[in-house]
Design a protein around this ligand. Structure first.
Ligand SMILES: C[S@@+](CC[C@H](N)C(=O)[O-])C[C@H]1O[C@@H](n2cnc3c(N)ncnc32)[C@H](O)[C@@H]1O
Length: 248
């Protein structure tokens, strides 16, 4: 999807009290970013914020961080969140938003930043062979999430190939699937707040695929060493690249 450039997005985010401008500086200290110490949940790739603007104000006993890579998206999420909290007459204490490339999530979250749940809603499918590593459900990603996760990952997509391959990815990265459907809207007991992309795909007549996965504690960390190493190397290469471009 092409996104129109919004030169006002960054300044508007920088002025927002619940925007975290330097997420890397919060590594190991995310709990301190909220007035209440309570379980922390992440939405990865929040887009225009349709999901988080329903989820966060409805669950005040949890803290939320919504992450996207694009200012132009996150600023729309910011506005949607403000409208939702204002309508519910709530203060925005349990929500923070930030810009980050989730592919390097471990650069922003340390093992002591314990996460209760991760939502991945309609991430980009990256269907071409060598691009599949960019999927937010690629094993290289899942092992990063596993390091910080106490609870579950909730994953929704319209893309059947991404879904079927993700079922394998989750197993490879030491997760077990605890709930799963290839037609979410036929199972109302599993349905939860809808996202913008979900509404669009449902209108197009597409089936929504959904799963819940949790770390399989019978899989020892040693079995994931290779993936963890690959993931760490990938993040280090990016950090090196960032250091070099900063110097130029
Ligand atoms: C297809 S949209 C889905 C948006 C929303 N979750 C929904 O369901 O309507 C994918 C979103 O993920 C974000 N995204 C893609 N890759 C990302 C990455 N590596 N790090 C952070 N956000 C990413 C995009 O900017 C976009 O907003």
């Amino acid at each position: 999807m092409r996104i129109r450039c919004k030169p006002w997005a960054r300044p508007e985010l920088e002025a927002c009290p619940f925007y975290i401008s330097d997420p890397k500086s919060c590594r190991g200290h995310w709990a301190e970013q909220f007035p209440q110490k309570q379980p922390l949940r992440l939405e990865l790739g929040c887009g225009k914020g349709g999901f988080i603007a329903q989820e966060a104000p409805a669950n005040l006993a949890y803290n939320y961080i919504a992450i996207d890579i694009k200012n132009e998206m996150l600023v729309l999420a910011k506005r949607k969140l403000e409208a939702a909290y204002e309508q519910a007459e709530l203060s925005m204490e349990n929500i923070r938003i930030c810009i980050d490339n989730i592919m390097y999530l471990s650069a922003c979250f340390a093992e002591n930043d314990r996460i209760d749940r991760i939502y991945i809603n309609f991430c980009n499918p990256w269907p071409r062979g060598k691009h599949k590593k960019r999927r937010l459900t690629h094993p290289r990603q899942l092992v990063q999430y596993r390091q910080i996760l106490d609870g579950e990952i909730w994953f929704k997509t319209d893309d059947s190939e991404l879904f079927e391959e993700s079922l394998v990815y989750f197993q490879e990265a030491g997760f077990r699937i605890t709930a799963m459907t290839r037609n979410l809207h036929a199972e109302p007991s599993l349905c939860y707040f809808e996202t913008e992309h979900e509404q669009m795909f449902v209108e197009m007549g597409k089936s929504i695929h959904f799963l819940i996965a949790e770390p399989d504690l019978s899989v020892p960390k040693s079995a994931l060493e290779e993936l963890l190493h690959d993931s760490a190397q990938y993040i280090e290469r990016n950090a090196e690249h960032e250091r070099t471009t900063e110097k130029q």
